[in-house]
Write a protein that binds this ligand. Structure first.
Ligand SMILES: Cc1cc2nc3c(=O)[nH]c(=O)nc-3n(C[C@H](O)[C@H](O)[C@H](O)COP(=O)(O)O)c2cc1C
Length: 282
């Protein structure tokens, strides 16, 4: 897969890479995408408390998880993730367009040469003000990030799993200068834990239960005559068959998150299988 100036060696990528990533085979991946960082760290639950398995191969990623700041990423996490020798894309988010501009400018200045590009996590802008995710917001956020990066860095815009709306959001990303799309992020859900009544948990659903929705989103994007951007498919990828399904509906590459969380090393194993059994898809 070509992403502007970058060619990915494999169609399997790791999404939401653990900061302590270690083990064999990750050098075969197409790329590593980091967990999302914000300009300032956001306190919250550590991953082992905030991520729950709610059904078979299906996770709930709680909304109140801790988020690392950009400074720690640059000084501690990025060098560790880069040692696998594959392109690293840093996932960023911000509450509004100026925030996206600020973090992109900081990362370009402090770590520009170490980054293959940025992944723009489109989350609700100014959520406390009730603003919504619109094509215009996506275009402006993408444009702000694009403008701050060197020309050969990729800007990948990661969208929510909304089949009825994803096309408009993707067109916004394309107009804003995105290099590629990623579909999809987690689905906002509410989970009532089993047992005695407890507070409902809000968070993002991922894994097996998300796959049909994410496949539909990829298909909507891949079949739109106005959209020309390559697509990373994400949602419930556990097997080679899942990778093939995403490529069949129009993805150019895939990202694995829940599968890696449930079975560390899965993304590396899938990348190896793709290299051996689907050489054309590398
Ligand atoms: C444990 C966990 C943490 C995640 N953290 C992030 C994140 O920090 N930023 C982001 O954009 N997506 C995050 N995601 C979403 C994944 O990158 C992916 O888009 C989504 O989960 C669908 O893929 P999956 O079904 O393989 O998990 C996370 C998912 C999981 C399971």
């Amino acid at each position: 897969m070509k992403l502007g100036a970058i060619t990915l060696q494999n169609s399997v990528c790791l999404a939401t890479a653990p900061w302590e990533l270690d083990g064999p085979g990750y050098e075969r991946l197409g790329a590593i995408f980091t967990k999302t960082v914000t300009m300032e760290p956001r306190p919250g639950l550590p991953g082992d408390e905030g991520i729950l398995q709610v059904a078979d191969q299906t996770l709930l990623n709680r909304t109140d998880l801790r988020v690392e700041g950009a400074e720690l990423l640059v000084h501690e996490h990025l060098p560790r993730l880069r040692r696998f020798g594959v392109p690293v894309f840093v996932s960023i988010t911000a509450p509004g367009v100026p925030g996206f501009r600020k973090i992109a400018r900081y990362l370009e200045r402090e770590a520009g040469e170490q980054l293959a590009g940025l992944e723009v996590y489109i989350a609700a802008p100014h959520s406390s003000a009730g603003s919504e995710i619109t094509p215009r917001f996506v275009r402006e956020a993408t444009e702000a990030v694009r403008t701050e990066l060197r020309a050969d860095a990729a800007v990948i815009v990661k969208l929510p799993p909304w089949p009825d709306h994803i096309r408009g959001l993707a067109l916004g990303a394309q107009e804003g200068g995105a290099t590629a799309l990623a579909a999809t992020n987690t689905l906002k859900v509410l989970h009532l834990p089993a047992g005695p009544p407890a507070a409902p948990l809000v968070g993002g659903l991922s894994g097996e239960a998300l796959r049909p929705l994410a496949l539909r989103c990829v298909w909507e994007l891949a079949n739109d005559p106005q959209l020309r951007l390559p697509i990373f498919g994400a949602g419930g990828i556990f097997t080679l068959r899942d990778v093939e399904d995403y490529l069949r509906v129009g993805a150019h590459a895939v990202q694995v998150a829940s599968g890696e969380w449930l079975s560390p090393g899965l993304s590396a194993r899938l990348a190896s299988e793709v290299a051996h059994q689907m050489p054309a898809a590398r």
